[in-house]
Write a protein that binds this ligand. Structure first.
Ligand code: GLA
Length: 395
């Protein structure tokens, strides 16, 4: 059981909003985190490897189960209420509600009998910043529904349902990374995810170093069309090599068989193939505590995303360049889909506060954007906490 005193402000806001909206106290508190990806970008939809961690920013839902198949949810940030009928799924109402409705739809479609709830939702994962706010909403919804419906919680199954909600209900063609890390994250660890088998290997973060999220203050535009275009280019390259996905091509095979590809597709494929190799190497170097080697792989990842995959942006390049000049920073790169949003840096813990202050100042002085930098810890994946009245959920 958790006590309100130990809760972050966002969780307390969800509890207070619940009481104000529904005139009673909530019995459960649900949390699902955002994520930052250390390395392994645009590899998940190529059946490849990613190495994200769940961050200490999350979506929280304070709720009380209902005895019918209705979900009433108040979104604190929007000051707006939405309703979902769990027996009859039809779009309608505020657009943020579709992430919740799509998740409920995917769970219902898998054959589950669903019990509704009244809830208040609050979050501090910035929207559109590349930190997976939508996956956090999806996994929080799934964790809420499995709690009220007394269904088992399997992170990989739930991640797949969250991805299905996003692909089929919301209409965004994302891979599995964001949902998987929000579902399965582990405290103090990054997770090496094999996006083909969904096998997870937890990798401890190196002692004496911290992960810094660097929000450029820019938000991605036209990202969906560019993302889908990259996916198609990767699929075309896989067809050229006669494999299911680029995951199946080694750097050696690429070296001997890439000449026949047109130059653009060749560069796209080269990013994915080298990024997969870098990601597996980074997990191995992290395990060995070799932060400098991990940093070098992060730098190479950024260059590849910038030059070969072409999903970076002037703001991302600028913040990464500034970060790399600072003492104690061993590596930095854009993170997430790209075109804006956040970058990530690996920094010596002792240098972290000077690092964030200097990057903030230099970025403000050299651009017209307002950054936001913070050190994040790695957190556990989605969780349900009894607030009294009901037995505590399994972790
Ligand atoms: C977005 C998608 C993920 C992944 C990344 C790029 O975050 O949701 O599935 O493809 O972009 O690595």
């Amino acid at each position: 059981m958790i006590t309100p005193r130990t809760l972050p402000a966002t969780a307390r806001a969800a509890i207070a909003a619940f009481t104000a909206q529904f005139g009673t106290t909530p019995t459960w508190l649900i949390r699902a985190p955002g994520r930052v990806n250390l390395i392994g970008e645009h590899t998940d939809y190529n059946d490849g490897f990613v190495l994200p961690l769940a961050i200490d920013r999350a979506v929280w839902i304070a709720l009380r189960p209902r005895d019918d198949a209705r979900v009433n949810v108040f979104a604190v940030d929007k000051a707006e209420r939405g309703t979902i009928d769990l027996r009859h799924f039809a779009r309608g109402g505020p657009s943020w509600l579709e992430y919740l409705r799509g998740s409920a739809w995917a769970l219902a479609e898998s054959g589950a009998a669903l019990v509704g709830w009244d809830g208040a939702m609050a979050g501090d994962v910035p929207l559109g910043a590349g930190l997976s706010s939508s996956a956090a909403v999806e996994l929080a919804t799934l964790r809420a529904l499995t709690t009220t419906s007394q269904l088992p919680w399997s992170p990989a199954t739930m991640a797949t349902l969250g991805q299905r909600a996003e692909n089929r209900w919301v209409g965004v063609n994302c891979g599995i990374m964001d949902q998987m890390i929000s579902a399965a994250g582990e405290a103090d660890h990054a997770l090496l995810i094999d996006c083909r088998s969904l096998a997870l290997t937890s990798v401890p973060l190196p002692a004496g170093y911290v992960v810094v999220v660097m929000d450029t203050g820019t938000r991605r535009g036209l990202v969906d069309s560019a993302y889908n275009e990259r996916r198609h280019q990767c699929e075309a390259a896989a067809r050229h090599f006669g494999v299911t996905a680029l995951r199946d091509i080694t750097e050696a095979t690429f070296g001997t068989q890439a000449d026949a590809l047109d130059p653009l597709t060749r560069r796209r494929a080269r990013h994915v193939i080298t990024e997969n190799a870098r990601t597996v190497a980074a997990a191995e170097r992290l395990r060995a505590g070799d932060a400098a080697a991990v940093g070098a792989l992060m730098d190479a990842s950024h260059q590849s995303l910038r030059d070969d995959f072409e999903v970076s942006s002037p703001a991302l390049n600028q913040i990464v360049e500034i970060a790399r000049r600072q003492p104690g920073c061993v590596g930095a790169r854009m993170t997430g889909a790209g075109f804006g949003g956040c970058a990530v840096a690996l920094v010596e813990a002792a240098a972290a506060s000077a690092f964030t202050a200097r990057v903030d100042a230099e970025y403000r002085a050299s651009t017209s954007w307002t950054p936001s930098l913070y050190v994040t810890t790695a957190q556990a994946g989605a969780s349900a906490h009894g607030l009294g009245g009901l037995p505590a959920a399994h972790p």
